[in-house]
Each structure stands twice: as C-alpha cells, then as structure tokens.
Design a protein around this ligand. Structure first.
Ligand code: CP
Ligand code: NVA
Length: 306
C-alpha cells in the first residue's frame, strides 16, 4: 500500500519519474477525450478541515474522470468536527472506501490516519507540507522548460508548507533550490537536511538565504505564496510588515533569468506577496499550474489506489 503524505519519505527518485509520466499520460488522455477509467468502482473520502478550491475540485473531478467517486467530507459535517477520534475515523473509513485524502492543520493527524487505517492516505495540505502541490509544480516546470534537472527554482517569502514541500521536491528532481525568507520564517532545518541529502545524490544545490535577490539570482523559476497561511489570520498585520521586502515584483523578477517563469500555488494576494504586474504578466504560469493539479492528482490517485 502506498501513502502520499511526505514528498521526501513517500516519493523515491524512481517514483517521481513514474508519477510525472502518469500525469503527462493522464493529461494527454483528458485533452484527447480518451476514457481512462483506471479506478472504476473505487471511492475516495476527502476530509477537509481547512478551505480549498483547487485541491477539492481537482481530486473530485479527477476521481470522476478515473471512473470512481469522491466524497467531500467537511469538518462541519463529519463527526471529527464533534470530537470523534482519528483512530476511530481511520478504522471506519477503511471499511468503506479505498483511499482517504485529507487537508488539515496537524501533520501528525495525517500520519495517524495512515497508521490506524488500512487504506492509502493522501496529504492534501497540512500546516507543515503541501506535497500534492509540489508534484503539480514539477509537472508545470517540466512542460514550460522541457525538463527539470539542472534548473534553479527560487522561492521567496514565507518558509511555509508550500516552501517545505518544494524544497523536498526540487532536490529530489535534481533542481537547484533557493529559499529567500526572513531568518525567523525560513523552512525548518529538517526539510533543509532532507533536501541536502537528495541534492548530494542528484548533484543539485540548496541555498537558504535572507536576501531575496540572492535567492532569485539566475533562477529559471520564481515562486511565492501568501504571507498569511490558513490558521494565521490573526498575525496578518504583523506579517505584512515582516515580509514587505520579500514581495515578488518586476525589480526582483529582473534578477532571475530573462525567460524565468513566475509560479504561485494560489490563492494569490496581489499587492502583497506579488504585484499584479508579475502575477498577471507574460512570465506568469499560474493558471497552467492550477490546471496541472488535476493531472498530477490523477497520477497520485492511480499510483495509490490503482
Ligand atoms: N493551491 C491550493 O492548494 O489551492 P486550494 O487551497 O484552493 O486547494
Ligand atoms: N500556504 C498556504 C497554501 C494554500 C494553498 C496555506 O497554508 O494557507
């Protein structure tokens, strides 16, 4: 049984190549209107204790296109919201569905679901990681740049869940990765060490810096995310001040390669982490990136539930 919870732990170098191949195949089949009911008769429970547009829609539509079904279980509706344990939920769902996708706060809740249940668990975002986003991002970079190995991705802003998974994923893909964040908001050392370990195998570089211009220098991909993640709303005013210097604007983009692409997992807050000019400008691939959630997630579903 395969889980997809942590990019470093659950995706080997070979798995990554394989997942990207399946995603490309899924995308081609979808565009050509070729039926690909690889998960006929299978069900996916989708637990959400945080909001979502892309993750929910892509997993739900993805299961439908694969010939299966998805159940949207919001915190407001299922008994987890009233205190039922992860232990009991894992056992109950294991008896009825073929896999669980969960978006929630505590990363350990996702690990516990996998530990106590007997079906594959997919991490649809926790406070610590966003591994499904990272796969869609690699697919998008591959499409726009023709490959991954040897490219440089610079992530500028909050060293959050999206940054942690990108750090893991880029190192695994043999890409150079630079994180430009304020010292107190950089990625936890655990993820840096994991990335360094994989970078030593793939021959790529990892740079952690507080200088956004140093991070972006020579980058093929410039990436940012919101300064205020879900659950941090009360800190918004403080964070806007802390991250001011880390806005991705035209000046910062000009430190990257001339043909660099701009990426953002979305939702984007124009005027904060990115200017409208960059977010909606010619270098931006944000909507290709969003669409690729569908194709990448289908690859994850086929791999885990197939
Ligand atoms: N990028 C992303 O995960 O979007 P949603 O929060 O809309 O799912
Ligand atoms: N870092 C953001 C990502 C949203 C998809 C958050 O956790 O809110």
């Amino acid at each position: 049984m395969k889980h997809y919870i942590d990019f470093h732990e659950d995706v080997s170098f070979e798995d990554l190549d394989h997942l990207l191949e399946i995603a490309e195949d899924m995308k081609a089949k979808t565009k050509a209107g070729i039926e690909h009911h690889l998960l006929k008769g299978k069900s996916l429970a989708m637990i959400f204790t945080k909001s979502s547009t892309r993750t929910r829609v892509s997993f739900e539509v993805g299961m439908y296109q694969l010939g299966g079904q998805a159940l949207f279980l919001s915190n407001n509706d299922i008994q987890i919201g009233r205190g039922e344990s992860i232990y009991d939920t894992a056992h109950v769902l294991s008896g009825m569905v073929d896999g669980i996708m969960i978006r929630t706060f505590k990363h350990s809740d996702v690990e516990d679901l996998a530990k106590y249940g007997s079906i594959p668990v997919i991490n649809g975002l926790t406070d610590d990681q966003h591994p499904t986003q990272a796969l869609a991002d690699l697919l998008t970079i591959k499409e726009h740049k023709g490959g991954l190995k040897g490219l440089k991705l610079a992530y500028v802003g909050d060293g959050n869940n999206v940054a942690n998974s990108l750090l893991q994923a880029c190192a695994k893909a043999g890409m150079d990765v630079a994180i430009g964040s304020p010292a107190d908001y950089t990625c936890p050392d655990k993820y840096v060490q994991q990335a360094l370990k994989d970078a030593a195998v793939t021959g790529s570089k990892v740079l952690m810096t507080t200088d956004p211009f140093e991070a972006v220098e020579g980058a093929d991909v410039v990436y940012t995310d919101t300064w205020t993640s879900m659950g941090q709303e009360e800190e918004k005013a403080m964070r806007v001040k802390i991250f001011e210097k880390y806005q991705v604007n035209s000046k910062l983009m000009s430190a990257a390669h001339k043909d660099a692409i701009f990426m953002h997992c979305l939702p984007a807050y124009r005027g904060y982490e990115v200017t409208e000019e960059v977010c909606d400008g010619p270098q931006s691939v944000i909507f290709d990136e969003a669409e690729n959630r569908l194709h990448a997630h289908k690859a994850i579903l086929v791999n885990c539930l197939g």
